[in-house]
Design a binder for this molecule. Structure first.
Ligand code: TMP
Length: 203
């Protein structure tokens, strides 16, 4: 029974949703049991989270909503792993650390590295450590250009914000051995191939 936990992270428009789906399919083709999941989740908790970013809200309220959704999601992930699944999550804990540290800094002032550290600490009781985290790294100008054809931009999708979020992701990755950084500006085929190679080496 093979189980594991893989997370995909990166700024909006980095392509992680497409790549994670393709990788999930490839693992299934190898005969493995795969559960694809996403944050915010498609539950009422995730619904509450998504509602929070359509309005101006206290940044701590927003951060705790992400954590509330994650706590229950983590229980679900553990259960799936106990039953021999490889769980692939499109966003997980590092999204909160990278995005909310950037938002706190912009809204409240103060040091981003300190918010980052605090968010990592406060997340500890509600997370498990992934076996592998794939950071799809891309210049925000490129990712925003990819998103521009999609219509309405979301609250987090500004150049200024995504530059800070990217910086946070790279800081987190530098200090975590389970992170692999992927150049997400390459073609979908190249990115998927590289991720597949890493998964085969690491798992
Ligand atoms: P989505 O519903 O379009 O996937 O939006 C997810 C957005 O929420 C994306 O801009 C990243 C942001 N986000 C956070 O700010 N913190 C988090 O913890 C998570 C999971 C997502």
């Amino acid at each position: 029974m093979v189980s594991g936990f893989i997370t995909f992270e990166g700024i909006d428009g980095c392509g992680k949703s497409t790549v994670s789906r393709l990788i999930g399919q490839q693992l299934q083709n190898e005969g493995l049991h795969v559960q694809l999941t996403i944050e915010p989740t498609r539950t009422w908790l995730g619904e509450a989270v998504r509602r929070s970013y359509t309005e101006e809200i206290n940044p701590y309220t927003e951060a705790f909503l992400f954590l509330a959704d994650r706590a229950t999601h983590t229980d679900w992930i553990k259960e799936k792993m106990d039953h021999g699944n490889i769980v692939i999550s499109d966003r997980y804990s590092d999204s909160t650390v990278a995005y909310q540290a950037a938002l706190f800094h912009q809204k409240l002032g103060g040091s981003m590295p300190e918010y980052l550290k605090w968010l990592q600490e406060v997340s500890q009781p509600v997370i498990i450590k992934p076996n592998l985290t794939l950071l799809m790294d891309i210049d925000p100008e490129v990712s925003l250009a990819r998103l521009s054809g999609r219509g309405k931009m979301e609250k987090f999708e500004t150049l200024e914000n995504l530059k800070l979020v990217r910086k946070n992701y790279l800081t987190i990755a530098k200090n975590s051995a389970h992170f692999k950084i992927i150049d997400a500006s390459k073609s979908l085929e190249e990115v998927t191939e590289e991720v597949w190679k890493i998964i085969n080496q690491e798992l």
